[in-house]
Design a protein around this ligand. Structure first.
Ligand code: SAM
Length: 445
């Protein structure tokens, strides 16, 4: 039988070669396993922990491993990472148990000689023998932070430059915490009062997010049945802000240019009381199927999906409003997507900036006078957010920033009223991911 640690190792190994995300792989492996609840939680915690802390774990292993770690087989690195993660971060697992289990895995997958090597390295690693501060004290500040919070150094340097050292350290720390889930109550089927009059739902730990009909909870499983039957949608409150900024009226005609998997399209349909039309464009057929099944579960009938490149899509009539939730680096959601921080690089950012500008330019052409354009990202990089908008406004003097309006919670209205933009940094507002949204209006047709 596959143990919790072996399952975690298998998921980590699949990530080395495949293109799928860790949560998809974990979900699939757990679905087919016979592990009990505690072991499932252990596998999940190990995969997420090893992915997040990879840089720090490798730094620690390198102090005790007397060969070139880069040259070790990926499975050896992953077994060592699993061992060190348990020793340093999981207080409930005794060190000897962590070591023994990793030695067994090394024996099974790499033979006796490698199991001895794993044993030799892991036995030397204890919370006392790991003196990170001492090892790092000669390094420059950004390098220290990169290892301490296990983030790529180029990102640490960007955030220190953009937000200063203190804020940047708070962001790094937040990204290693277990974030809450946001749940949106489907107002087409329910009110918040009615939803929580169900004693099974009321009994689960949850808190208000500050946005009507959206609450936060760490307990995904307890709310899953309500997600399946369409009373709830999983949505972080930051994602909801972009829809509230647009706030389409019932009966209006909205174009959602990068729509899948449909979290925002379905929220806009709920705000529109399922009256009017939302054209949901995305490039990928499989992703559009997700919007369709999502809308069906929620009882939404006004979303029409279109598979096309949003840089050339031409609607039959000009819409009243466009939501452009652009592809982005996702640096506002690194706490939620454990491996994403290692997949990003500065070249990718440059490519995305070009794509975002092209999408914005095409969206601008599709609006008539007084048409509304809301641009959103789940990034906290200024180039993808306010700087992207400054360039857009320079290229399109017919657009102006539009006030954020009364549909937003008070805390987001205060300082943002005039500029029409909201930036949330991860952890700054409890439960809110990082992200950006901007409301623009075409002043001249
Ligand atoms: C940030 S996600 C959108 C999330 C979505 N708005 C939601 O709330 O669920 C960006 C989407 O843009 C799509 N995309 C990327 N490039 C595109 C393009 N050139 N044309 C249309 N869609 C594109 C991706 O497939 C992805 O689904």
């Amino acid at each position: 039988m596959t143990t919790a640690r072996e399952l975690a190792l298998q998921v980590l190994q699949s990530l080395e070669t495949g293109k799928q995300q860790s949560d998809t792989l974990l979900h699939r492996s757990l679905h087919h396993s016979t592990l009990n609840r505690a072991d499932r939680a252990l596998s999940t915690g190990l995969v997420n922990g090893v992915l997040r802390y990879r840089l720090q774990l490798d730094f620690v292993i390198a102090q005790f491993y007397h060969h070139k770690l880069e040259k070790a087989a990926p499975i050896m690195k992953n077994i060592l990472r699993l061992g060190v993660y348990q020793i340093l971060f999981l207080n409930k697992v005794p060190d000897w148990a962590a070591v023994n289990e990793c030695v067994k895995l090394a024996r099974k997958y790499k033979g006796e000689r490698m199991s001895k090597l794993v044993n030799g390295v892991l036995r030397k690693i204890t919370p006392e023998s790991v003196t990170l501060d001492e090892w790092l004290k000669e390094k420059k500040n950004e390098e220290q932070l990169a290892v301490k919070y296990s983030h790529p150094q180029w990102l640490v340097e960007r955030w220190s430059a953009a937000y200063g050292n203190e804020k940047s350290e708070a962001l790094l720390s937040y990204n290693n915490q277990f974030p809450s889930f946001g749940f949106r109550i489907n107002r087409l089927k329910n009110s918040a009062g009615r939803f929580f009059s169900d004693p099974a739902m009321a009994a689960v730990m949850h808190e208000e997010s500050g946005i009507d009909n959206i609450f936060l909870s760490k307990d995904f499983n307890a709310f899953e049945p309500a997600v399946i039957d369409g009373r709830l949608t999983v949505q972080n409150p930051t994602q909801a802000l972009a829809c509230l900024l647009l706030h389409p009226a019932p009966g209006s005609n909205v174009l959602d240019l990068c729509a899948a998997p449909g979290g925002k399209a379905t929220f806009m349909a709920e705000l529109m009381e399922n009256r009017g039309q939302i054209t949901a464009v995305d490039r990928y057929e499989q992703k559009l199927e997700k919007i369709e099944s999502h809308a069906e579960a929620l009882g939404i009938t006004i979303i029409k999906t279109v598979m096309e490149d949003a840089r050339s899509f031409m609607p039959e009539i000009h819409p009243d409003a466009i939501l452009l939730d652009a592809p982005c680096t996702g640096t506002g959601v690194l706490g939620r997507r454990a491996e994403l921080r290692w997949k990003l690089n500065p070249e990718m950012l440059q490519e995305l900036l070009v794509l975002q500008a092209e999408l914005l330019d095409h969206a601008a052409e599709l609006l008539d006078e007084n048409g509304i354009l809301v641009y959103a990202t789940c990034s906290i990089e200024p180039e993808e957010n306010n700087l992207q908008i400054y360039s857009f406004l320079r290229r399109h003097p017919d657009f102006i920033a539009d006030p954020v309006g009364e549909h937003l919670p008070e805390q987001f209205r205060q300082s943002n009223e005039g500029c029409g933009a909201i930036l949330t940094l991860p952890g700054e507002h409890p439960g809110f991911d990082g992200g950006f949204c901007q409301r623009l209006r075409k002043a001249k047709g």
